[in-house]
Design a protein around this ligand. Structure first.
Ligand SMILES: CCCCCCCCCCCCCCCC(=O)SCCNC(=O)CCNC(=O)[C@H](O)C(C)(C)COP(=O)(O)OP(=O)(O)OC[C@H]1O[C@@H](n2cnc3c(N)ncnc32)[C@H](O)[C@@H]1OP(=O)(O)O
Ligand SMILES: Cc1cc2nc3c(=O)[nH]c(=O)nc-3n(C[C@H](O)[C@H](O)[C@H](O)COP(=O)(O)OP(=O)(O)OC[C@H]3O[C@@H](n4cnc5c(N)ncnc54)[C@H](O)[C@@H]3O)c2cc1C
Length: 681
């Protein structure tokens, strides 16, 4: 990626990247590994066949020079980032068709978006992402069979390109407060879309700026003079031939952001724009030709696409984290700094225990998130199949666990990536480390698709209900079964099982404490809403504890029951990572363990010792573990994290890509600096 332009330009030829030359420290690390890295890669891929498919797919896309950047996006203007992103996104679509026609192993473009491959090709975002991640899923999830038949094929073939326009300048979280209106006129059998205020301008949708010609627009439905709340409508934004905005449509880009600068996020407003009646998505609620409103079985079904994306985000976070931790671990094996023992040679920075502590818990986190994401994906599929058959019973449970997993996975991953960046010292701050861009992409996920605090409060709401049920002796759903009031908690025993059990006790204790705070609030004369707000810091904390209990439980269960096929050597390392994840979080939550699990000071010391022991045990396998993620250099996209470890050569190479280095004297010298240097004050 950094090779083609730069090799000509490095000041000294002997400092150029040499193909095939591998840093000796990395070579030594690879020899130390105690397990078969390929076995782990196969496990991660879900079997040898899937592994081969992935390799083939990566080869097909990543060996194509059209899809690789000659100039890194961070050196481009915002406009060029978009131009470049769009060109590649469109080319990718053609290439995908070609692959499918040749019997390739990929069904749709969406598979290219999440995870590693997408972020390698479109490093700073994809202007077509929302089309695949939200526009098409909304058509599929909210359209009648007739609407699906008409729209979905057009959309898959990119004959229409859409986005999901929900958030407005004034409201993102509180979607019941959206102001865009869709008013039905039975005479013309049309809805009229209108933006009555500045705060009703749609703001944020990906691809909306200059890319999409259609959108699913979420608007307040008015019919027969009555408002029925928010509903989704398919609205044409641009002419299919000229791409000019349709009459009454005001549309544009919202401008540069912390990251995701190629995603073409936009704004949108309507001046009484008409659409035919059959462009309201009517799988759930309907408006009949005479304007009669027919209610949905549940108004929360309108929120289905958000649920879908929350579910896939958890998996996406694991992929981003695998990339960041690969960069930081490889760099930490190559980088030498300071003297551990005076006079002795400088150690690899990964030999410092503090460095191991910065990195290894996050290798473990990749697995913790992956296992939870897999479980959540399976649950999502089960529940949506049931909903299609008219059974909505498990929807609240899915909503509750998806909300907290979305929040915890995005927050943890953002912290982890920032820690990886810090662990690389100054070089981690370079754009060419790819850690800043990765952080920019990931931190956005704490806000989009439901701001994290708000998501945790949704889970807390479900936990309060579950607690009340538990107190009444009613049956509880599986993810909150631990709140059962008759459940006997096992006493502390200095084992990983005890930690997982401990997290459940903590969550149960915090949930009970919240219920008490709410009750006291109401008894003191507060309204239930005021009492909720007063307890909300505690409620967020309880939801996070619940999620941690879920993640650790899942992780341990996978290690105990989901790895029987693996070799003993690999199982041992997987168990170490699971233990590390649990101990790491137990030590971060020492106060909670002391408060809720009856542990003593010496138990904390034992945990500390065990954490140190695990870090040292994992140390020889650290490079092997990140190698097993099997991320190609094009995916890593980092001067610090390439497989060969030619870190300094790549840093110099990438510096030479800067246009500032194109000439020995930059133009700005004549324009301003020379006068300053010669001025007499
Ligand atoms: C394979 C591809 C790879 C892709 C790779 C990854 C992606 C990579 C690219 C991404 C690119 C960026 C994409 C960003 C795209 C946006 O960001 S799109 C916009 C997303 N917007 C949001 O998420 C808005 C967040 N806000 C909300 O969801 C809702 O307003 C809130 C916060 C849930 C509150 O809703 P509300 O209607 O006011 O509900 P509330 O009164 O609080 O609760 C009412 C009841 O409904 C329930 N409820 C609420 N929501 C739901 C729900 N969804 N389901 C069921 N029940 C629900 C509540 O639990 C509550 O139940 P009860 O306690 O009464 O029984
Ligand atoms: C990169 C990116 C891409 C996006 N893409 C899209 C898209 O394609 N389509 C689309 O429709 N939208 C999109 N969004 C918008 C996104 O969904 C919203 O930004 C998000 O839902 C949060 O809403 P908000 O910005 O209004 O924040 P706010 O709700 O105003 O949040 C601000 C603060 O208020 C707090 N807060 C709000 N409500 C409560 C509450 N009830 N209790 C306690 N605290 C509260 C929050 O915790 C937060 O701290 C995108 C956003 C980003 C950043």
């Amino acid at each position: 990626m950094f090779g083609r332009l730069a090799a000509k330009q490095v000041p000294n030829k002997e400092y150029a990247v040499v193909p095939g030359k591998v840093n000796p420290d990395l070579q030594r690390e690879r020899k130390k590994c105690t397990f078969d890295t390929l076995e782990l890669t196969h496990f991660l891929d879900g079997g040898v066949e899937k592994y081969k498919d992935r390799k083939e797919r990566e080869n097909f896309f990543l060996s194509d020079p059209e899809l690789m950047d000659d100039v890194p996006p961070e050196l481009m203007s915002h406009e060029d980032q978009y131009r470049n992103g769009l060109k590649k996104a469109c080319y990718l679509f053609k290439k995908l068709k070609e692959l499918r026609e040749n019997g390739g192993t990929i069904d749709n473009y969406r598979q290219l978006l999440g995870g590693s491959l997408g972020s390698a090709i479109l490093k700073d975002g994809n202007p077509l992402a929302l089309h695949y991640v939200m526009f098409i899923p909304t058509l599929m999830g909210q359209g009648t069979p007739d609407q699906c038949a008409y729209w979905i094929e057009k959309a898959w073939d990119c004959r229409v390109i859409g986005t999901y326009a929900q958030t407005e300048l004034g409201h993102g979280t509180f979607i019941r407060g959206l102001e865009t209106t869709a008013t039905y006129n039975p005479k013309t059998q049309q809805f009229f879309l209108n933006s009555p205020t500045l705060t009703s301008y749609k703001w944020w949708p990906g691809g909306l700026g200059q890319t999409a010609n259609y959108a699913v627009v979420v608007a307040q439905l008015y019919t027969k003079g009555e408002c029925h709340g928010i509903h989704p409508f398919i609205v044409q934004l641009r002419d299919e031939k000229t791409h000019r905005p349709m009459p009454g449509v005001i549309v544009g880009e919202i401008g540069p952001k912390l990251g995701m600068n190629a995603t073409n996020n936009g704004f949108l407003a309507f001046k009484q724009v008409p659409i035919p009646r059959n462009q309201m998505l009517m799988k759930n609620a309907q408006v009949l030709p005479d304007g009669t409103y027919v209610k949905s079985p549940s108004n929360k079904l309108t929120y289905g696409t958000m649920m879908f994306v929350r579910v896939v985000i958890v998996q996406d976070m694991a992929s981003y984290l695998a990339k960041a931790v690969t960069i930081a671990v490889r760099y930490s094996a190559v980088r030498r700094q300071s003297e551990m023992v005076p006079g002795q040679s400088e150690p690899q920075i990964m030999d410092y225990l503090t460095q191991m502590y910065k990195l290894f818990p996050y290798i473990a986190t990749v697995y913790a998130l992956k296992f939870s994401a897999q479980w959540l994906w399976n649950m999502y599929n089960d529940v949506t199949a049931k909903i299609d058959a008219g059974d909505l019973e498990l929807l609240p449970e899915l909503h509750s666990i998806a909300c907290c997993l979305k929040a915890v996975s995005t927050a943890d991953t953002a912290t982890a990536i920032e820690t990886c960046r810090l662990s690389c010292g100054g070089h981690g701050y370079m754009a060419c480390s790819n850690l800043p861009t990765t952080y920019g992409n990931v931190t956005a996920a704490s806000t989009y698709e439901g701001e994290n605090t708000v998501m945790l409060l949704q889970t807390a709401r479900a936990l309060m209900k579950a607690y009340a049920k538990a107190q009444a002796g009613e049956q509880l759903s599986p993810t909150v079964e631990y709140l059962n009031r008759n459940r006997k908690f096992r006493p502390w025993s200095n084992t990983v099982d005890s930690i997982v059990e401990g997290f459940k006790q903590i969550a149960a204790g915090k949930v009970a404490a919240c219920a008490l705070s709410l009750q006291r609030g109401v008894e003191s004369g507060l309204s239930s809403e005021e009492a909720w707000n007063r307890a909300s810091v505690q409620l967020v904390d309880a939801a996070e504890a619940h999620c941690r209990a879920f993640i650790t439980d899942r992780h341990l269960d996978m290690v105990r029951n989901g790895m029987n096929e693996l070799s003993p050597a690999l199982r041992e390392v997987m168990a170490q990572l699971c233990d590390l994840y649990c101990v790491f979080w137990a030590l971060k939550r020492t106060g909670d363990f002391l408060q809720f699990c009856g542990i003593r000071g010496e138990d904390v010391q034992n945990l500390q010792d065990y954490q140190n022991e695990l870090l040292v045990q994992i140390r020889p396998n650290a490079v092997g573990l990140v190698d097993s993620f099997d991320l190609r250099d094009e995916i890593i996209g980092s001067a610090l994290g390439s497989y060969d470890g030619q870190v300094y050569e790549r840093l110099l190479q990438s510096a030479m890509l800067s246009p500032l280095n194109a000439k020995p004297v930059h133009d700005s010298y004549g324009a301003s600096l020379s006068a300053l240097l010669r001025a007499k004050y």
